[in-house]
Design a protein around this ligand. Structure first.
Ligand SMILES: *Cc1c(COP(=O)(O)O)cnc(C)c1O
Length: 382
C-alpha cells in the first residue's frame, strides 16, 4: 500500500477517478510559467523575442556538450545507463564525492520531488523560506505534506527562525543558496552553524542551483559537509551555468544510506543517454563555465548600475537573475512588464512568489542587457 492509500479516507462513492484522487493532489496549483513565446504580441517593428525569464544560460550550452549529446543519438534504440556510471565517476573525480554518495536526476527538480517522496508521509512537515523556490511547496504538497513557510529577512532565509520552526513532525528543510527568485546568499559559517543545530531526524536539502556563478571565495565546501552531516543532501543542476536546461540533468550528494534510498525510488532510466553524455562533457568544459560566470558578472553589474541610476530598488543577487521593484515606476509592475513584453522582452513577474511589485530579469548577453536597460529607461523616464 502506498502512503497516499494508507492515509486518505477511502471515498466510498467516488464517481470518477478524479473524485477519488487525494485532495492534496487535486489542490496542487498548476505551474505558472513564462508566457509561451508564441502568445506574445510584440509591437510593430520588434522582430525578436528575448527570453530572459527562466534563468537559462544566454550563452547556450558548451559546444563540446552538444557534440557529445549528438554523438550518442545514433544509439537511441538502446536504454541509457541506469546508474549514470560514467557521469558519477567524473563527478567523483571533480568534486571528491564517491559514486555511492551520488544520485543522478532528471534535473534537480526531480531530486527535490524524490526527497519528499522518500522522507515524508502525508501530514509530515517541511520547512522552507518565504520567497524561495516554487519547487519546494510542489514537492511537499504532492506528497500530502504540510509546508511550513518561515518569513524571510531581507528577502532571504532566516536560518534561526527556520530552526525554531522544526517540530517532531518535520522531515525536511529546504535551503536554496543562492536563493531563487530573490538571489540572496548565505555565508558558509551561517550554514554550518545551522547544520550543527538541526536535529538528526530532519534532512536538510541544500539546493545550490546557482553556485557556479559565485566567486570562488564565496563558495562553500558543501560536498565536504556531507561527510560531517548524515542529514544533509546537496543538490546541483546542469540547467543553469552549464546551459543544459533542455536536457534535464542534476545530481544530489549525500551520505550513502541517504543516496541509496533516493536511488531506490527513482525511475531506473530517469536520465536519458544524450543528457548523460552532455553533462559529462559539460563538466569537463571549464572554459565554457568560466565564460558563463564572467558574462553573468558583467551583465549583473550593468543591470544593477542601471537600476541605481533609474532610482529603482532591487534585491542584490548572486544568481544569474535579478529582481527589481517597479512599484515607483509609471504604471507599476504591470505597466512596465506589458511595455517590455511589447518591446520583445519576456521576463518573470514575481506575483506567484508573493512579490507583486518585483520583476525578475535573467541576465542576458551584453547586447540583450543593454537593450533591456534602454527599454526600461524609456518606461521609467518616458
Ligand atoms: C532552476 C532551479 C532548480 C533546478 O532546475 P532543474 O532544471 O530541474 O535542474 C533547482 N532549484 C532552484 C532554486 C532553481 O532555481
Amino acid at each position: 500500500m502506498t502512503v497516499a492509500e494508507a492515509t486518505r479516507p477511502v471515498p466510498a462513492e467516488a464517481a470518477t477517478p478524479v473524485d477519488g484522487a487525494p485532495d492534496y493532489v487535486r489542490n496542487l496549483p498548476p505551474y505558472v510559467t513564462a508566457k509561451p513565446a508564441s502568445q506574445v504580441q510584440m509591437a510593430p517593428g520588434v522582430t525578436r523575442l528575448r527570453k530572459m525569464a527562466s534563468n537559462e544560460n544566454p550563452n547556450g550550452a558548451s559546444p563540446k556538450a552538444l557534440a557529445a549529446a549528438a554523438a550518442v543519438l545514433t544509439g537511441a534504440a538502446t536504454y541509457p545507463d541506469p546508474f549514470g556510471s560514467e557521469l558519477k565517476a567524473a563527478l567523483h573525480a571533480r568534486f571528491g564525492v564517491p559514486p555511492e554518495s551520488l544520485v543522478i536526476g532528471n534535473g534537480s527538480s526531480e531530486l527535490l520531488e524524490l526527497a519528499a517522496r522518500c522522507f515524508m508521509r502525508a501530514g509530515d512537515e517541511a520547512v522552507y523560506s518565504q520567497y524561495s523556490f516554487i519547487g519546494y511547496p510542489h514537492a511537499v504538497k504532492s506528497m500530502g505534506g504540510k509546508g511550513v513557510v518561515v518569513p524571510a529577512v531581507d528577502f532571504g532565509h532566516d536560518l534561526p527562525a527556520m530552526l525554531r520552526a522544526i517540530t517532531p513532525r518535520t522531515r525536511l528543510i529546504f535551503v536554496a543558496n543562492p536563493n531563487n527568485p530573490t538571489g540572496t546568499l548565505l555565508a558558509p559559517e551561517a550554514i554550518t552553524s545551522f547544520l550543527e543545530q538541526v536535529p538528526p531526524h530532519v534532512l536538510v536539502v541544500l539546493d545550490e542551483a546557482y553556485t557556479e556563478y559565485l566567486e570562488p571565495a564565496q563558495r562553500m565546501d558543501s560536498f565536504g559537509l556531507i561527510k560531517r552531516f548524515a542529514n544533509l543532501v546537496v543538490m546541483r543542476t546542469f540547467s543553469k551555468a552549464y546551459g543544459l536546461a533542455g536536457l534535464r540533468v542534476g545530481f544530489a550528494a549525500a551520505q550513502p544510506q541517504v543516496a541509496e534510498l533516493i536511488n531506490r525510488t527513482r525511475l531506473v532510466f530517469n536520465v536519458n543517454a544524450p543528457a548523460q553524455a552532455a553533462a559529462l562533457a559539460a563538466l569537463a568544459d571549464e572554459e565554457f563555465l568560466a565564460l558563463s560566470a564572467r558574462g553573468n558578472r558583467e551583465g549583473m553589474k550593468l543591470l544593477q548600475d542601471a537600476f541605481q541610476k533609474l532610482g529603482l530598488p532591487y534585491i542584490p543577487s548572486w544568481g544569474n537573475f535579478i529582481a527589481v521593484d517597479l512599484s515607483s515606476a509609471p504604471g507599476g509592475l504591470q505597466g512596465v512588464n506589458a511595455q517590455l513584453l511589447a518591446a520583445g522582452f519576456l521576463l518573470r513577474p514575481l506575483g506567484a512568489y508573493g512579490l507583486p511589485n518585483h520583476l525578475r530579469i535573467t541576465v542576458g548577453l551584453p547586447e540583450d542587457n543593454a537593450a533591456l536597460v534602454a527599454a526600461l529607461t524609456a518606461c521609467v523616464k518616458p
